[in-house]
Design a protein around this ligand. Structure first.
Ligand code: GCU
Length: 328
């Protein structure tokens, strides 16, 4: 009898794992990897998308978002999506630069004038051609670009002016273009994954980082580097990417629902972002952070010079750069 009950329990668990749709067939599980917390605006936008998608596809899919870098760094989860062992992830476009250097144009220093400019670009067809090329050549399909606001430098010890960045080791994303940018700004660009930054600052391996207010607060970086300076040097888009192995199994009508909802989530994420920045500043200030203005002219001049050199290396990059600037 005990054996029968155990078998029954196992059977029920298996059934629960599969889930079932309105017509009784089992639902397909979609796991999305995310490298920050459940209160992050991008997590909220993705959850709202997931809820609507599950509802509109009547239980044919079940979405599970795994936050807090539990499934690995962005670099690792991107590889899993490419290999077809994970359905979706959200990564910075900086990581896609390793596949196609045209992505460098999407986050050149000071390429966007404002959040409004970025929203106009993300809602246009400026990235369509590049995303389609990535889908064919890399095997992952970028389906939407989300904002991650403007990035600013923060340091353990305070700075008086731009000159004080000189020689400071500042963590940047794992991208050669970002290393070059930080070096041009006067610092020493030190690439590493997001999850390592807190400890690296704490242990004195680096002197600070550069990120938006939301991540600065979300990952409690203000505890180890409380001096935040509005350098506003970068606005790096994050992209939601889907594995082609999974996407190819989706019917055309489900894909249509998917695409319409993910597009809708782009505008929603911008709204959530604005709220998120305010909340993050309050949290960080309460935790001892100091938000400072800094004269950024020297940084801009150094970056514009670097941008010119970078753009001269590729016509494809220049084409996208011009498309972004034309929408300013
Ligand atoms: C931002 C961005 C993330 C990225 C992170 C980083 O938070 O939204 O996608 O991982 O910066 O600096 O690594």
């Amino acid at each position: 009898m005990k054996k029968i009950i155990t078998l029954l329990a196992a059977f029920i668990l298996v059934l629960a794992g599969c889930g079932s749709s309105a017509d009784g067939t089992s639902s397909q599980k979609i796991t999305i990897a995310f490298n920050q917390s459940e209160s992050h605006p991008q997590y909220i936008a993705l959850s709202e998308f997931a809820e609507k998608f599950e509802e509109q596809t009547e239980g044919r899919y079940e979405i599970d978002i795994q936050a807090n870098e539990i499934l690995g760094s962005q670099k690792e989860t991107l590889e899993m999506v490419q290999g077809g062992t994970l359905e979706m992830t959200l990564v910075s476009t900086s990581l896609l630069e390793n596949f196609d250097d045209s992505y460098v144009a999407l986050s050149l220093p000071y390429v966007y004038d404002s959040l409004d400019h970025q929203r106009t670009v993300f809602s246009s067809d400026a990235f369509d051609e590049l995303f389609a090329k990535t889908s064919t050549e890399v095997g992952v399909t970028p389906v939407a670009a989300y904002t991650a606001g403007a990035r600013n430098v923060y340091t353990k010890s305070p700075m008086e002016s731009a000159a004080d960045l000189s020689g400071k080791k500042i963590r940047v994303m794992e991208s050669q273009a970002k290393v070059d940018m930080m070096n041009a700004m006067g610092g020493v660009g030190t690439p590493m994954s997001q999850g390592e930054v807190y400890t690296a600052i704490q242990q004195g391996i680096i002197d600070g980082g550069e990120n938006n207010e939301v991540t600065f607060a979300d990952l409690k970086h203000y505890e180890v580097a409380p001096n935040y300076y509005y350098t506003e040097h970068l606005m790096v888009p994050d992209v939601v990417v889907v594995s082609n192995t999974f996407f190819d199994t989706m019917s055309d009508s489900d894909k249509e629902i998917f695409n319409a909802l993910i597009e809708e989530s782009v505008t929603r994420e911008f709204e959530l972002w604005i709220e998120g920045v305010e909340a993050a500043k309050t949290t960080a200030t309460e935790g001892g952070a100091k938000f400072n203005e800094i004269d950024k002219t020297a940084f801009q001049e150094a970056c514009f010079e670097l941008n010119e050199k970078t753009l001269a290396t590729s016509e494809d990059m220049t084409k996208i750069y011009n498309q972004i600037r034309d929408l300013a």
